[in-house]
Design a protein around this ligand. Structure first.
Ligand code: DC
Length: 231
């Protein structure tokens, strides 16, 4: 059996950036090409938010959130149509994408207990290397030693347009979506713990006007260079 821990043929890749920059699509494709595991950390914050909302626990109720976190088993599993998110074995993949969760997730993501528990889980998931993890604080906080760090961004307008196209139910206008994205960016960037900022050693990629394939190719090129150096 191959020993995976500390395998110098595998690296960790952190992809951070604001909402709607295409991180999850790109991270999934990069992981697929490298045969790595994709970890969507935003989905984990969404899963906690959904669970708290169901129990009417507010984002500032630290004690109640701490107790809740002790009881939550969050699992990301690879399904037929991409990644599924399970909370205590319940499939919440669709529910965590609701507008209600999207509107409040940044408040729950600012909770110190939530961040501490989820960052710990994420580090465990990456301990064997070979993961592509996307989020807001992966390169700066969760995996500061990741071999490849990418800060993926795009103009707010383009990000809103992309998200708008993804939503087949038009109960939100493009303008409202743009305002919500801007609000979420601001909350994520201004929070005290592990805010959304670019790591000093991150490769900054502005995907405005780029195709997904071009972005993926760019990241794969960086990864291959790192992998060659690691040999
Ligand atoms: O990537 P996403 O839109 O699914 O993320 C949902 C929210 O979770 C986002 O508004 C900020 C938060 N988040 C975070 O604070 N840290 C991460 N590593 C990932 C997401």
């Amino acid at each position: 059996m191959t020993q995976q821990t500390g395998d110098c043929n595998r690296i960790n890749i952190a992809i951070d950036g604001p909402a709607g920059a295409g991180k999850s699509t790109v991270a999934r494709l990069v992981a697929g090409q490298l045969g790595y595991i994709y970890i969507d950390t935003g989905a984990m914050y969404r899963a906690v938010t959904l669970s708290a909302q169901r129990l009417a626990i507010a984002a500032d109720q630290e004690e109640a959130l701490t107790l809740l976190l002790e009881k939550l088993d969050i699992a990301l599993i690879r399904g037929a149509e991409g990644q599924s998110v399970l909370v205590n074995s319940e499939d919440v993949t669709t529910d965590i994408r609701s507008l209600e969760v999207t509107r409040e997730v940044s408040y729950y993501a600012a909770s110190p207990s939530v961040r501490q528990v989820l960052a710990g889980l994420q580090r465990e998931m990456a301990a064997r290397k070979g993961v592509v993890m996307d989020g807001r604080d992966i390169g700066t906080h969760v995996l500061p030693d990741a071999e490849v760090k990418v800060f993926l961004t795009a103009s707010a307008k383009e990000r809103a347009q992309r998200r708008f196209k993804e939503l087949d139910h038009a109960d939100i206008s493009l303008e409202e979506l743009e305002a919500e994205i801007a609000k979420r960016d601001s909350l994520d960037a201004k929070r005290e713990i592990a805010p959304l900022i670019q790591a000093d050693d991150a490769y900054v990629l502005d995907s405005s006007g780029m195709t997904i394939d071009e972005v993926v190719d760019d990241i794969i090129r960086i990864c291959r260079t790192k992998l060659a150096e690691a040999k």
